[in-house]
Design a binder for this molecule. Structure first.
Ligand SMILES: Cc1cc2nc3c(=O)[nH]c(=O)nc-3n(C[C@H](O)[C@H](O)[C@H](O)COP(=O)(O)OP(=O)(O)OC[C@H]3O[C@@H](n4cnc5c(N)ncnc54)[C@H](O)[C@@H]3O)c2cc1C
Length: 396
């Protein structure tokens, strides 16, 4: 990579996250000269002064079933390509242990249950329906209230988002993409300036900076999305307990008396980079909105919200009452929710495409979202891609 007046790259994709890396891989596969720019994962969060990312974790739920048909399509098309990417990486990142959706059959939160049952029906996604007795027989370690109805889908489970991203980057590089670990500090048309003072040019820029699209100035207008501070609890278990929980699926559940978007999620024991096994649980009903890069950094460096930890802990102990947890630690992350509740994928002008808006559900589907981003950046229409939505962005 050189500083250049002669445009060396057709595309510069800013953001080596899940969407940006997937987009770069599809652009490179289409024969374009691609530069993918963004920092590596910080080794020490406390001293890092660049952007953080929402995929720096060992587990994300994957599933075909979703409230909205387009989310299902994005997921299914991505899941279908996991195996190819695992071959490229030489390592697996997809663990199809199943996904269990579970909610009350009556009361205010029953809309959640009706929602996933209707979606499965409407979208023709095979699920097994289990009442509370069948749930107890199949997953004896879970404790759900009596009125619960579950839907089990076997395509679901969890992915390792770090490895998924690595596979996408490897795919991009195999097709000639270049990678820079710089952080972009300014954009003037199709000219980018990095923090180290380099000037980079490409014919077209794709901004895939995750939740930072809401808080930074690279876009020069603010997408209509919120960036929300999320707290995660990691509950450590030993090898024996992990063995006892061998059949545990990923879970999305709706505790009684919560609103539709306040579901709780739980992943089976996963080995984290520290060598320990953790059950990951999250989904607090209230989280604060982050409106500046400085607020984002402070949040990522923090230990999360103590109120959220207390709430999540209660749910963990209720759902897995007989599991002997060794320790509980917390982690932080940021979720972005767009006005359309779908990713923003739009070519804003000849030199700029926006690709962002994970809505808490894009890790598993990033390959297909990135492919749509690549088509858009190439100036192609998404009209015949089989989606109901046009994925256009909204701005404040
Ligand atoms: C707690 C939590 C749980 C989640 N659970 C799930 C789940 O179970 N299943 C699921 O599918 N999804 C889940 N998600 C959502 C998923 O992780 C996100 O949708 C996904 O990471 C979004 O990808 P992205 O590429 O848009 O953003 P990111 O992954 O955040 O990547 C953005 C990248 O842009 C880079 N960047 C930012 N600014 C600059 C700059 N100026 N210059 C260069 N680079 C820059 C960052 O360093 C980062 O690498 C969860 C998210 C959170 C927070």
């Amino acid at each position: 990579m050189t500083t250049s007046q002669e445009k060396q790259f057709d595309f510069a994709v800013v953001g080596r996250g899940l969407m940006g890396t997937a987009c770069a891989s599809h652009l490179a596969r289409a024969g374009a000269r691609v530069l993918l720019i963004g920092p590596d994962e910080p080794q020490d969060r406390s001293t890092h002064d660049g952007p953080f990312a929402s995929h720096h974790d060992a587990g994300r739920i994957t599933r075909a079933i979703a409230e909205n048909a387009d989310w299902s399509r994005l997921a299914i098309r991505s899941i279908e390509r996991y195996a190819e990417l695992e071959t490229v990486l030489g390592q697996s990142f997809y663990h199809p242990c199943g996904i269990l959706m579970a909610g009350p059959q009556s009361g205010p939160s029953a809309d959640f249950t009706r929602g996933f049952l209707n979606s499965a029906d409407r979208l023709n996604i095979p699920i097994q329906t289990l009442d509370d007795r069948a749930l107890k027989a199949r997953f004896p370690f879970f404790n759900f209230p009596e009125d619960t109805c579950g839907g089990w889908e076997n395509l679901g489970g969890w992915i390792n988002p770090r490895l998924y991203r690595q596979a996408l980057e490897k795919m991009a590089c195999l097709h000639g993409a270049h990678v820079s670990t710089e952080t972009v500090s300014a954009r003037d048309g199709t000219t980018l300036t990095t923090r180290s003072g380099q000037t980079l040019q490409a014919d077209h820029i794709v901004l895939a900076t995750g939740a930072y699209a809401r808080t930074d100035t690279l876009l020069q207008k603010t997408p209509d999305m919120g960036a929300y501070a999320r707290t995660v609890v990691l509950a450590e278990v030993d090898e024996k307990t992990a063995g006892d929980l061998e059949t545990m699926p990923s879970v999305i559940t709706m505790p009684e008396n919560r609103r539709m978007d306040e579901d709780l999620y739980l992943l089976p024991p996963i080995r984290y980079p520290d060598g320990k096994l953790y059950i990951k649980i999250g989904g607090e009903p209230v989280s604060s909105s982050l409106t500046s890069d400085a607020e984002m950094s402070r949040w990522f460096k923090s230990k999360g919200s103590q109120d959220a930890v207390e709430d999540i802990k209660q749910h963990l102990y209720r759902m897995l009452p007989n599991v002997p947890f060794i320790s509980l630690t917390t982690d932080t992350c940021v979720i972005s929710f767009t006005k359309t509740k779908l990713p923003f994928i739009e070519r804003l002008n000849d030199g700029l495409t926006i690709l962002t808006g994970g809505n808490g559900a894009s890790a598993k589907s990033c390959d297909e979202i990135g492919r749509l981003g690549a088509l858009t950046a190439l100036g192609k229409s998404l009209e015949n891609e089989g989606y109901d939505a046009d994925f256009r962005a909204a701005f404040q």
